[in-house]
Design a protein around this ligand. Structure first.
Ligand SMILES: [Zn+2]
Length: 289
């Protein structure tokens, strides 16, 4: 396995239980009773011997067997052939990456979750990952929340653009917050959407707006709002890129039609939406812009 930050390759092994140098040896070797563990009973090791007792300079180092026991060498050798000892990292810096073995079933997802690097949860993560999310849109919205999309203000900061003027209104500086929240073009579209959900648009930054979406009391209504926000975000960016490359230009009302159509398509394919609208016919109003 290659460490994602240092780039150094290292050996990762999956040992069938949590093992440290202070772990009692017998359970590690798959035995509970001394009499069934020649490595314990015939090598002068006590019942409480730990893993550290049999590891020396990074390799398994077993004590010599008790010569007074008949056929000890044979018993020990045949026992070792039947039991695979856990591999040991040559650096001697083994550490536990995953301790989820208390679960009755081992899932690949658990292993992946335990060995990957994770950052702090952002307060707007539910806006990105929800039951109606579409990966392509969610990924884009995630980048907007992190302020990682290639706005002109960002490119200008890196010396990659000579202008920062917004492609929609010409007057504004194209930052993430301007593009999705403050620009006259986008704001008109956003107002048509958020007035359905009684959400104001008078926020200072795009992230503040994303956080406000997570605070809606009506969770079903809120989920639809999250989906609207995701589609809105994607369509605004796509239209912006179309203008960068001198392709078709939509006015705000035309773009809004495309957003609503996209929202409806996803909702009509959602089992969750058809289920909740049985008891909440009012939710149908949110796709009637
Ligand atoms: Zn603008």
């Amino acid at each position: 396995m290659r460490h994602p930050q240092t780039g150094k390759a290292s050996l990762t092994s999956f040992v069938p239980q949590k093992v440290t140098f202070s772990t009692i040896l017998a359970p590690v070797l798959g035995v509970q009773r001394r009499v069934t563990a020649p490595i314990i009973s015939q090598c002068f090791l006590s019942a409480n011997a730990t893993v550290a007792c049999v590891i020396n300079s990074g390799i398994w180092s077993l004590p010599r067997p008790n010569s007074r026991i008949h056929h000890t060498d044979f018993l020990l050798t045949s026992w070792l052939e039947d039991h695979n000892l856990p591999p040991i990292h040559s650096s001697g810096r083994d550490h536990i990456l995953w301790d989820g073995l208390d679960a009755s079933k081992i899932k690949t997802w658990h292993i992946w979750s335990s060995i990957r690097n994770t950052g702090h949860l952002v307060p707007w993560h539910k806006v990105v990952w929800h039951r109606l999310q579409v990966n392509k849109y969610a990924h884009h919205q995630w980048l907007t929340g992190l302020n990682r999309i290639s706005t002109l203000a960002r490119l200008h900061r890196f010396g990659l653009s000579s202008t920062q003027q917004c492609f929609f209104c010409i007057l504004g500086r194209e930052t993430t917050s301007h593009l999705f929240l403050h620009c006259t073009y986008s704001k008109w579209i956003l107002i048509q959407i958020v007035r359905l959900f009684d959400i104001p648009v008078s926020y200072h930054s795009w992230v503040e707006f994303l956080v406000s979406l997570t605070e809606l009391k009506d969770k079903k209504k809120g989920t639809i709002a999250l989906w609207y926000a995701q589609v809105y975000c994607y369509h605004i960016w796509r239209e912006r890129n179309a203008r960068v490359h001198d392709k078709g230009i939509f006015g705000p009302s035309k773009l809004l039609q495309g957003i609503v159509l996209d929202v409806k398509t996803r909702l009509s394919a959602s089992g969750w939406y058809s289920f909740v609208t049985r008891n909440r016919p009012d939710l149908d109003n949110f796709v009637r812009l």
